[in-house]
Design a protein around this ligand. Structure first.
Ligand code: CAA
Ligand code: FAD
Length: 390
């Protein structure tokens, strides 16, 4: 992507990328989407296709062997994959989430060591903040890291970790100084092969069934001191700064799910006939379609706007309202995805309610986008705090 990044709207290069990803998604990922949902199996075909096309972690800078794509390009990749399979879109999304703490705060040595295998598609990277009793109130985590010579010893349970067991690497937030609250939390790189790392059974979920969600259990895991990301006590800030960039990728996932549902419904209403004509002829149906498209477009504009701001921050600019727009686009796009997918089911009538058509899967998949990377109540809290701070 060009070094000059003034545009608000996607460039021709971005649109070319969209066409490439759409073609790949429709031919190599969509055929497995229903099966992945039914079986709950990890979408290996999608991972293989994304790796072969070098689309599995496009955000990794060229200096570390990646494609060096900007934040808007990354959003477009996730959006287009989610349009056909939300589970598969968590491959590029979570690779960004897991590696972002390193990109923002990691030492040069850590970046060289851990980003290159992800760029090559040999390893995936997850992000472990949440715990059984610390979800929205993430700073109340209990996972503990205690210094022992030249290492830290980690104990605790991280909950709901996307791609757990499949990912090789994990950014783990842990308490290094219990007396200091959020300022006593530090971030570490944990390797799946570190002694004492194990995983809980897969969670049985409503949607994104092909995306593994498991606990990461840490029992006396010795992590060399140089695997701390940034300075001691900065882990929580790095975790939140990460989310400022990656909530935009969840907005992208939500947008893709919504667009997939609208596209399917558009095709259906032109074919389905009642009262002697296609149901698309009825104004009641047309108004629903118009509302769906209008809401998606509004969410897309805000998401792309936020992506441009995220990219500016990555290039060293100060963008004070990134936190606000990132929460805003995630909140809006996920609410739109829930509404649009529900309407798509409605437009297919009884058929929409069955597993023979993809819109019920899309409706189930949409729900998670209102919950993870901070529930939409938390996004509203973050936005209100930003407003009141001014
Ligand atoms: N960037 C950097 N630092 C930030 C920040 C930001 N955006 N926002 C706050 N901080 C700093 C604050 O300045 C403060 O530092 P000081 O003490 O030095 O001033 C520190 O971080 C703590 O901030 P708060 O006092 O605001 O913290 P809080 O505990 O009151 O609230 C919260 C924080 C916004 C509620 C946060 O806990 C939160 O976002 N919760 C939601 C959890 C969440 O989003 N989890 C996502 C898990 S990942 C996931 O779900 C993966 C997936 O989808 C695939
Ligand atoms: P709780 O915090 O217990 O919230 C319960 C309810 O109370 C919610 O409606 C919430 O909005 C509301 N609430 C809480 N506090 C407030 C408040 N102050 N004001 C108003 N309402 C409030 N985490 C990771 O770290 N890494 C991952 O990879 C990851 N992947 C996930 C994948 C899936 C499929 C799921 C389900 C979760 C994942 N998560 C991950 C965790 C996710 O981020 C949390 O589930 C989410 O932040 C909410 O936390 P909780 O589930 O504990 O809900």
């Amino acid at each position: 992507m060009s070094a000059d990044f003034p545009a608000y709207a996607p460039s021709e290069e971005h649109e070319l990328l969209r066409r490439t990803v759409r073609e790949l998604a429709e031919t190599k990922i969509a055929p497995y989407a229903a099966q992945v949902d039914e079986s709950g199996a990890f979408p290996q075909e999608a991972l293989d296709a994304l790796v072969a096309a070098e689309l599995h972690a496009v955000h990794i800078p060229e200096a570390y062997g990646g494609a060096g794509a900007d934040a808007l390009a990354t959003v477009i990749v996730i959006e287009e994959v989610a349009r056909v399979c939300a589970s598969s879109s968590l491959i590029p999304a979570v690779n960004k989430l897991g590696t972002m703490p390193l990109l923002l705060a990691g030492s040069e040595e850590l970046k060289r060591r851990y980003l290159a295998p992800v760029a090559r598609g040999e390893a995936m990277f997850s992000y472990a903040l949440s715990e059984p009793e610390a979800g929205s109130d993430a700073a109340s985590m209990k996972t503990r890291a205690v210094r022992d010579g030249d290492a830290w010893v980690l104990n605790g349970v991280k909950m709901w970790i996307t791609n757990a067991g499949v990912s090789q690497y994990y950014t783990v937030m842990a308490v290094t100084d219990p007396g200091k609250g959020a300022r006593g939390i530090s971030a570490f790189v944990v390797d799946k092969d570190d002694e004492g790392v194990s995983f809980g059974p897969p969670e049985r979920k409503l949607g994104i069934k092909g995306s593994p969600t498991r606990q990461v259990i840490l029992e006396d895991v010795r992590v060399p001191a140089e695997r701390m990301i940034g300075a001691e006590g900065t882990g929580f800030k790095t975790a939140l700064a990460t989310l400022d960039h990656t909530r935009i990728t969840i907005a992208a996932q939500a947008l893709g799910i919504a667009q997939g549902a609208l596209d399917y419904a558009l095709g259906y209403v032109k074919e389905r006939r009642q009262f002697g004509r296609p149901v698309a002829d009825f104004q009641g149906v047309q108004f629903m379609l118009a509302d769906m498209a209008m809401q998606i477009e509004a969410a897309r504009q805000l998401t792309y706007h936020a992506a441009v701001k995220s990219e500016r921050v990555m290039r060293g600019e100060s963008v004070p309202d990134l936190t606000f727009v990132s929460s805003a686009c995630k909140c809006l796009a996920s609410d739109v995805a829930m509404k649009v997918t529900t309407d798509a089911v409605q437009l297919l009538g009884g058929y929409g309610y069955t597993r023979d058509f993809p819109v019920e899967r899309m409706m189930r998949d949409a729900k998670i986008t209102q919950i993870y990377e901070g529930t939409n109540q938390i996004q509203r809290m973050v936005m209100a705090r930003q407003l009141l701070k001014k």
